[in-house]
Write a protein that binds this ligand. Structure first.
Ligand code: PEP
Length: 256
């Protein structure tokens, strides 16, 4: 049985003060509850320490949205995995479609980053997914295969516990358009089969594959209830405590 994960990607929203308030709102709503899955938030770098201070039984784990592909040195504007570890980060999102598109990040950079994350004893969330043009042309699975084949075989010491995948169809991110549960399940099942080819059947069985793309309280239960969907990577809906907790409730409901 795979433990569900609900991860909030705050993107370039929430400075330290607003981030602390949002995290405290989520923690307040979750207070006293025992969650059966993993919940984490990924604030912008500068807000991570403030969010990490929201303690008091807070079950929410800390993540980051990116890291450098080098360990340190003359790389202006970059932040290393060691620095992230020092401020309590446990998970790092890699290869988000916005970084693929705006920063033109490549498979080799994803490989370097994930290997550094794993080497530091942290966990990586590797994102992949097709754009609308590929979906329309019936190439979604082909694109996903290429993205997974370009990275997974080159990882050192990745396993089902330190790596999480996130299928994020680009056409569904921030658009309000969601993949139907059937569409999500189809790609998730195909991805898991590809993981089995590349990393072995046991890793594929235990590895979590999250869905991302306009996930909200109203559709979370059905999406996360699909057999190969193990949780959600949440953008817009992670910015309001009630929506984020509503999605966590949806994930919990799949276990009842
Ligand atoms: C994301 O960017 O990872 C995402 C899923 O965004 P949204 O939930 O806003 O579609």
């Amino acid at each position: 049985m795979r433990r569900y994960m609900v991860a909030g990607n705050w993107k370039m929203n929430m400075g330290p003060a607003a981030g602390r308030e949002l995290a405290a709102g989520v923690a307040g709503m979750l207070k006293g509850r025992t969650l059966r899955g993993d919940v984490l938030v990924c604030p912008p770098y500068v807000s991570i320490p403030a969010v990490g201070e929201v303690a008091d039984g807070n079950p929410v784990l800390l993540g980051a949205q990116n890291c450098a592909d080098q360990t340190g040195g003359a790389y202006t504007g970059e932040v290393s995995v060691g620095m992230l570890k020092e401020v309590g980060v446990q998970y790092v999102i890699i290869a988000h479609s916005e970084r693929r598109e705006y920063q033109r990040e490549t498979d080799s950079q994803f490989v370097s980053k994930i290997n550094l994350i794993l080497e530091a004893g942290m966990k990586a969330i590797f994102c992949f997914g097709e754009v609308l043009e590929d979906r329309k042309a019936g190439r979604a699975e082909e694109v996903v295969r290429k993205q997974l084949e370009g990275v997974l075989p080159r990882l050192e010491n990745a396993n089902a516990y330190n790596l999480v995948l996130a299928y994020e169809p680009v056409w569904a991110i921030g658009t309000g358009e969601t993949a139907t549960p059937e569409m999500a399940q189809e790609i998730h099942a195909a991805s898991r089969a590809i993981v089995a080819e590349l990393m072995g059947a046991e890793v594929a069985e235990y590895l979590r594959i999250l869905y991302g793309g306009s996930c909200k309280p109203g559709n979370a239960r059905e999406l996360i209830g699909q057999p190969d969907v193990d949780g959600g990577l949440i953008g817009g809906a992670a910015l309001k405590p009630a929506d984020f907790v509503g999605i966590i409730d949806g994930a919990e409901a799949t276990l009842d």
